[in-house]
Design a protein around this ligand. Structure first.
Ligand SMILES: Nc1nc2c(ncn2[C@@H]2O[C@H](COP(=O)(O)OP(=O)(O)OP(=O)(O)O)[C@@H](O)[C@H]2O)c(=O)[nH]1
Ligand SMILES: [Mg+2]
Length: 393
């Protein structure tokens, strides 16, 4: 799974990325600080099941603090996008290509209203403009890819009587479009049956809907620590009542995670408070107090962890599954509940077996629920935080 961070320059994409991954990336107040895409590992937060079993887990990947399990997800931070990017403006559309493989987008916007459309300093900027231009650019990007092959493609599909959605998914697999998504778009968009008869407007609508379906998006309202945040956030919510909008202060999250890493504070990402444990300078103390007062007390958290969880569990509807022996929770090396995997929400016990290993899938006999010891068949529909043993021939 890949989460892509998008947005105009200087909104805090790299700050969000660094807060989530603690990777060393460049952050600065001038536009186009990021040129080459950054890849890193962030985490989603899951209530660990170790507590229920009265054990402490030892994760192979990620970590667990206070029975909160942090499961790795891949993150990508790209260069800032400006109007006309799909035609090569700004840093061009090369980095749009970096975003092809993303499953979900976090559109980072700067709620301070103090950066213009190109990320340069300004005042009273209308933040809603960013939502419109960015989605428009992404639509143009999809349309451009579609149009390169459209004429021949639409006719060929009709001639061969291929299933249209299957053919589109195959043609655009590089954009991670799947057949189900195309079907949903066709149901929603009310387009004529024969694709070769679609006019420009209809092709445009199809591209836009396909983009929305295959790259769902959260509008991450960053810099919510800023004095203008409330006013501009209210406007965004009024202008876009149907969009998923979430407040965030990437800068605050970064400060908290760095302080925790330096053992100055105890802080669990996503929590609404922290406790001081090291010797702080007066400056550090004031900075942390400000984060508590202006961000955590107001929003309940910095928003970084919440947004990652929203993307994976609400938008993409993934679930976390723990492989667990029905009689033994440790692996052969003695590691307790070493793994936690993220699977699509509609997965079955058999899908899980195949996910672990093809041989497990092929030789599947049954699954056992490690909590209840109940036997589950191959069609059992997995639930979030299930703990399962797969029994094979
Ligand atoms: N007040 C405040 N400032 C922030 C926050 N997040 C980032 N910033 C500041 O915004 C500026 C731009 O941050 P970057 O993370 O470099 O922005 P970017 O979107 O990656 O920018 P480009 O790489 O140029 O596209 C920096 O000065 C950050 O310190 C935040 O939550 N609050
Ligand atoms: Mg950047």
């Amino acid at each position: 799974m890949l989460i892509g961070l998008v947005g105009k320059p200087s909104v805090g994409k790299s700050t969000f990325f660094k807060a989530a991954t603690l990777a060393e990336v460049e952050i600065a107040s001038y536009p186009f600080t990021t040129i080459k895409a950054n890849h890193g590992v962030g985490y989603v937060k899951v209530d660990c099941i170790d507590k229920e079993f009265n054990v402490q887990c030892n994760p192979n990947h990620g970590f667990c603090i206070d029975h909160k399990r942090f499961v790795p997800v891949e993150l990508m931070d790209v260069a800032g996008l400006v109007p006309g990017a799909s035609e090569g403006k700004g840093l061009g559309n090369q980095f749009l290509d970096d975003l092809r493989q993303a499953d979900v987008f976090l559109h980072i916007v700067d709620v301070s209203g103090e950066t213009d459309v190109e990320g340069k300093p300004t005042e009273n900027y209308d933040v809603s403009k960013d939502v419109i231009f960015l989605e428009d650019e992404l639509d143009k990007w999809f349309l451009g890819i579609l149009m390169k092959v459209w004429k021949g493609f639409a006719r060929k599909v009709e001639m061969e009587k291929s299933k249209f959605s299957e053919a589109v998914a195959k043609q655009f697999s590089g954009l991670k479009v799947d057949e189900e998504q195309v079907k949903i778009v066709l149901r929603k968009a009310n387009l004529p049956e024969r694709a070769s008869t679609w006019n420009d407007e209809q092709i445009k609508e199809f591209a836009s809907e396909l983009r929305k379906q295959s790259k769902p998006m959260i509008i991450v309202v960053n810099k919510c620590d800023h004095p203008n945040a409330k006013k501009n956030m209210d406007k965004l919510e009024k202008d876009f009542p149907d969009k998923l909008i979430y407040p965030c202060s990437a800068d605050s999250e970064l400060a908290l995670r760095e302080a925790a890493k330096a053992e100055l504070i105890d802080y669990i990402p996503g929590n609404g408070s922290f406790s001081i444990k090291g010797d702080l300078t007066e400056k550090q103390k004031i900075a942390l107090e400000n984060i508590q007062k202006k961000v955590l007390d107001v929003y309940g958290g910095t928003g970084v962890q919440e947004v990652l969880n929203l993307a994976v569990f609400e938008l993409l509807k993934y679930i976390a599954i723990f492989p667990a022996g029905a009689t033994k929770l440790a692996d052969s090396k003695g590691r307790v509940l070493p793994d936690c995997f993220l699977l699509p929400g509609d997965s079955t016990a058999l899908d899980f077996a195949y996910y672990l290993h093809t041989d497990f899938g092929k030789n599947f006999i049954k699954a056992i629920d490690a909590r209840t010891k109940k036997i589950l068949g191959k069609d059992y529909k997995l639930k979030h935080r299930d703990a399962l043993e797969i029994v094979t021939r």
